[in-house]
Each structure stands twice: as C-alpha cells, then as structure tokens.
Ligand binder design. Structure first.
Ligand code: ACM
Length: 261
C-alpha cells in the first residue's frame, strides 16, 4: 500500500480554510491512505475549556463530512486529528479514520499532554486495530508514543502500521521512532505540523519532520522541519508480519511476560 504523511501549518480557528488547504495539498500527490496531523484543521493551542468546546466538531459535522466526501471521490482513506464533541457531552482529542467505503473509526487520545489535561477528557476508546485493504492499521495520537505500552499494545493487536497524528513540540520523537519501530517490527507513520502558534502569551513551535519508519528501522520518509507537503512511502505487510530477528529470536514471541508489570 502506498501511504502518505501530510505536513501542514494551520491557522488557529480557520477551520474551513485549513480543510481546503489540506484537501488541495492531498490532491497534489496520490496515495491510498493519507495520515494528517493531530488537530489537523483547527490549530492546537486552545486557551480554555470553553474554547475547546467551541472549536470541537461532532463526527457528522460539515467539516468532517468534507473529509468523508473527499475520501469517497478519491478512493483513498484519511486519518486526521480533531477536537471531538462526543455524544456523551465531553470534548476529546481524537483521530478519525475515514474510508471510501464509508467506515469511520474514532480513536480518543489516551495520554494527554501538558495543558490538554485542562481542556480535554482522557480518551475512553483504548487501542484497537482496523484492517483496510489488507493492512491492519492502529491509531495513536502524539504523546501516546511516550508510553511504549501504547505502540506495543497496537503491535500485540496485530497492527502492521501505526497511524500517528501529532503536533510535536519536544525534540525527541523523530529519533525515538526508530526504537518504537524495531522493538515492535511495525511501520510507524507520524504526521506532524510545522510553524508556531502564540496564544495567551505562550508560544509553541511545532517541529515538522514527519516520518515513515519501516519495521527494520529504515526512515522511508524524513520530511523537513519547515515546509508543508505530502510525503509518501510503500508499505509491505510481509515485513510487519515477520516478528523474527533471526532463527532464534522473535520480538513478540520472546517476551517474558511473567516478569513484566
Ligand atoms: C502532544 O501530545 N501534542 C505533544
């Protein structure tokens, strides 16, 4: 499968324009699956719970339906982050996997980062994997990576590919992706935004450098830190389904779970 990570620079709160820019960028490079950043079309830095609620969307909102329609007309799937106004009245930091067949899979971020802990509710979906066109795809959002259990759980569920929507501000992940990929023998596709946001006197800079790493730790994509765009790579499930390192070792089978807490 030919997959893409999309790197953008949204303007905070300009949802219609940000979605138009994303779809136009995606129109320029063909892929079967596009992975977009966390909070891909809203911007990241809300300053109150009220503002988080005001920019959040329901999964059948007009904004979401633009991705759903695009997916159908382009026969490609899209996974993107957004602030979700859920049926339970809570606001989650979520990612939605939409397919041309009309399926929608919502993942709600398990590990909230920094002030997200004030503005959002911790996710209640847990980790899961969906198979689409022969590839088992797990969803994760940004800071989830810091907890190795997140990607391990997805690998144990059989994920070939972890679709990781991010707004990274710390300098660690792009190197850590190597370890997460080889320890689980999975593909990791991390889509990160670029640019800065300054709201309520606090400035955040997003590091770009979206990556696609294969199960052997090769960086198939290592995007720049300062340009938007679509970056593609081919994934091969034969690599992600072979958990052997050699004739004796298997990264899943050799786990000594009796010693782990
Ligand atoms: C993050 O979780 N957005 C760093």
């Amino acid at each position: 499968m030919n997959i893409a990570v999309v790197q953008n620079n949204p303007v905070f709160g300009e949802k219609y324009k940000n979605i138009s820019d994303l779809l136009k960028t995606m129109d320029s490079v063909k892929a079967e699956l596009y992975i977009l950043p966390e909070m891909a079309y809203t911007g990241y830095q809300v300053v109150s719970k009220e503002e988080a609620a005001a920019i959040a969307d329901k999964i059948d909102s007009d904004n979401i339906m633009r991705f759903v329609e695009w997916s159908k007309t382009h026969d490609s799937a899209v996974i993107f982050g957004f602030p979700e106004a859920a049926e339970d009245g809570k606001i989650y930091n979520s990612s939605l996997f939409v397919t041309p067949e009309g399926d929608r899979h919502i993942y709600r971020k398990s590990h909230l980062f920094y002030k997200e802990k004030i503005f959002y509710v911790p996710g209640n979906t847990g980790f899961f994997v969906n198979e689409w066109r022969g590839v088992k795809i797990g969803q994760a959002i940004c800071f989830d990576w810091y907890f190795s259990e997140s990607f391990r759980t997805l690998a144990l569920l059989g994920a070939d590919l972890i679709a990781h929507c991010t707004n990274i501000v710390m300098p660690y992940f792009q190197r850590a992706a190597f370890a997460r990929a080889i320890e689980n023998k999975v593909y990791i596709a991390t889509s990160n935004r670029i640019g800065t946001e300054e709201r309520d006197g606090e400035k955040l800079t997003y590091t770009g450098e979206s990556v696609i790493v294969d199960p052997l730790g090769n960086y198939l994509v290592d995007a720049p830190s300062d340009t938007t765009g679509v970056f593609t790579a081919k994934i091969d499930t034969k690599l992600s389904r072979n958990k052997k390192l050699n004739d004796f070792n298997d990264v899943i089978g050799d786990r000594r779970t009796i010693f782990y807490k």
